[in-house]
Every structure is written in C-alpha cells, then in structure tokens.
Design a protein around this ligand. Structure first.
Ligand code: ATP
Length: 308
C-alpha cells in the first residue's frame, strides 16, 4: 500500500461549461516528496489540486490520492490530508489562536498549536478576529490549519503568494520540516525559486496539460546549452574563436565588447576560450558561466512569464 504514489492522476479532464480547464493531465507524486506544480495563470493548477482534494469531480480520467478516490472515498481520505483553504468557510469573528486550538482538538495526534502560532509569526495576532487579520496573516493561519493534524499529505495552493520575505522563509522551513517528517507536499506556485528550493519534483502545466516534469535540476539541464559570457575589447574575431571550439558552439557579440558563447560549457571549453584570449592579447574584464534556471525552461516551454 505504501508503495502506491501519494497522488496519481491520469488523463484528467475538467470542463467549466465550454471551457476546458484541464485537458488530459497526468501527474504522479511519490510518497514523501515535495512536488511543485508550476504554470502560468489559468493553466489549470488550482482545478487539478481541487480535484485531488475531492472538491471537484473529474469529467474524465482517474484520480487517486493515498490510493483512494477523493470524491467517493472522501470520508476516509479527508482526515489523512491537509488542505490550505482560502478564506471561504471560516467564521470571520473567530480568533486565530482559538481556531487553531479548536482544529487541533479534532485530530488524534496534532502538532502543538501554540508552537505553530509562534513559528509562523502569528503570536501577536492570536486574539485578533479572522476578518481583521491581514492577507498574509490569513494565509499563514490557513497553512497552520492545513498541517495541524499531522496529515500524510498536504496540498498548498500558492502558499507564499503575497508574503513578506520573513514569512516566506518561515513557510519554506515548515515545508522542509514536513518533508523531513515523511509528509508528502503538493504545492502550486508562481515562484521559480520556491520550486527550486523546495521541490523534489516539478510539473510544469500549460493549457491544462503537464508539458514537462522532473527534478528541478534535471529540468533546468534538459539537454540544453549553457552560456559563457565575457567582455573584452570590441570587435574580436569570433570566427577564429569558433574554429578553436567544438562544431556545435555559437558565439555572438551582443553589444560592443560583450560576448556570448553557447554550447557545452565544460572546463575544456573554458580553457579554450581563455587560451584563445591569451593568444589574441585579450584580457576579459568579466567571465561568467550561466546555467539555465527553471525560469528559463519555463519561458522556453510556455512562452510566458510565470506571473502575468
Ligand atoms: P492561476 O495561476 O491564475 O490561479 P490556475 O493554473 O490555478 O491559474 P485554474 O484556476 O485551474 O488555473 O483555471 C483554469 C482555467 O479554468 C482558467 O481559464 C479559468 O478561468 C477557468 N476556470 C476556473 N474555475 C472556473 C469556474 N468555476 N468556472 C469557469 N471557469 C473556470
């Protein structure tokens, strides 16, 4: 049973009237992993997550969460998963600390609510009614509510959107701790660095489908080329540099004196470029190797910025 994935989605289709929000999506999240679902606005991330949580019924395809059908077996599944709800469903007059303590009592082996309040920076507003909390405080409270019951699997929909850097870091630390405790985390995000920092596996969604998936560094490498940039005097003879480099290397002078070399950037290539510079009396002011990031891959695949 433990060997079944925490989340298994195959051929998921979800329509809203004439709009197809999810269009044949496959996603598998192994247990104990942090999985990030990335995609531009409207890609179908929230719909996918809500279907896994049992809040939406698939029009086609197959969804299993901890081996269970999230709609038909909701009663068995709900106590085992944590869901970060947006403000809906919360009594606006309830106080943050009370809400969390009350929710803790509904679980058999909860985390300590006061410790959680402290570490998510909510101590100063524990007695504040929910409706008076700031957006960021409401969001952190929602996160606390999702994890208080020590779930086996947590779904976090954009957990750090709108948070200040300190709260963002506290959220990241909490996600890392959950992972260390063996909890599976599925999060949607618009932040590449969040995916790079936290996720064992990333799925990039666009147009209701997964268009790429894998470990962040695997995806970023993706067989693609790296870049070496250097600057020196303008008008260098790049044709002569290219003769010294492997056949599939490209070089360009981007602005006068600023050069870009694309290809397999390895120590040999670096040595070739620097010795060519030495032979031609060129002292590079700056030389830098640039690796592709997830952000680059995302842009190449979707043609879109993450935040539009
Ligand atoms: P975002 O990053 O903006 O939150 P998302 O990737 O989470 O986007 P979804 O919220 O799943 O995307 O939406 C997918 C598509 O379905 C969008 O085009 C959206 O407008 C549409 N959609 C979502 N919910 C509904 C609804 N209840 N009724 C009609 N269309 C909807």
């Amino acid at each position: 049973m433990q060997s079944t994935p925490a989340v298994e989605v195959t051929g998921l289709v979800k329509r809203y009237g004439a709009k197809t929000a999810v269009n044949g999506l496959d996603l598998s999240v192994p247990r104990g992993c942090v999985a990030a679902v990335l995609g531009p606005n409207g890609a179908g991330k929230t719909t996918t997550v809500e279907t896994c949580e049992g809040y939406r019924r698939p029009d086609a395809g197959h969804v299993r969460v901890l081996g269970l059908d999230p709609v038909a077996e909701a009663a068995a599944l709900r106590p085992r998963i944590g869901v970060m709800l947006q403000s809906g469903g919360v009594y606006p007059g309830a106080r943050a600390a009370e809400m969390l303590r009350h929710t803790a009592k509904l679980h058999r082996d909860p985390l300590d609510p006061d410790a959680l309040i402290e570490r998510l920076g909510l101590a100063s507003c524990g007695r504040t009614p929910y409706r008076r909390l700031s957006g960021g405080q409401q969001q952190r409270l929602a996160l606390a509510m999702a994890v208080i019951g020590r779930p086996e699997l947590v779904f976090l929909d954009e957990p750090t959107a709108g948070l200040d850097p300190q709260a963002r870091r506290a959220t990241w630390d909490l996600v890392r701790e959950l992972r260390a405790d063996g909890v599976t985390v599925v999060l949607t995000t618009h932040f590449m660095d969040e995916a790079e920092q936290l996720a064992d596996t990333v799925a990039i969604i666009d147009g209701g489908k997964v268009i790429a998936h894998g470990a962040p560094e695997e995806l970023a490498r993706g067989g693609a080329e790296d870049t070496l940039r250097f600057s020196g005097r303008p008008g260098l003879d790049l044709a002569s540099l290219l003769k010294a480099l492997p056949a599939d290397t490209a070089a360009a002078e981007l602005t006068p004196g600023s050069y870009r070399v694309e290809g397999k950037v390895d120590p040999q290539m670096l040595a070739t470029v620097t010795s060519w510079c030495a032979q031609h009396g060129v002292m590079p002011d700056r030389i830098a190797v640039e690796r592709r990031t997830l952000e680059d891959v995302f842009l190449e695949l979707t043609g879109k910025e993450l935040r539009s």
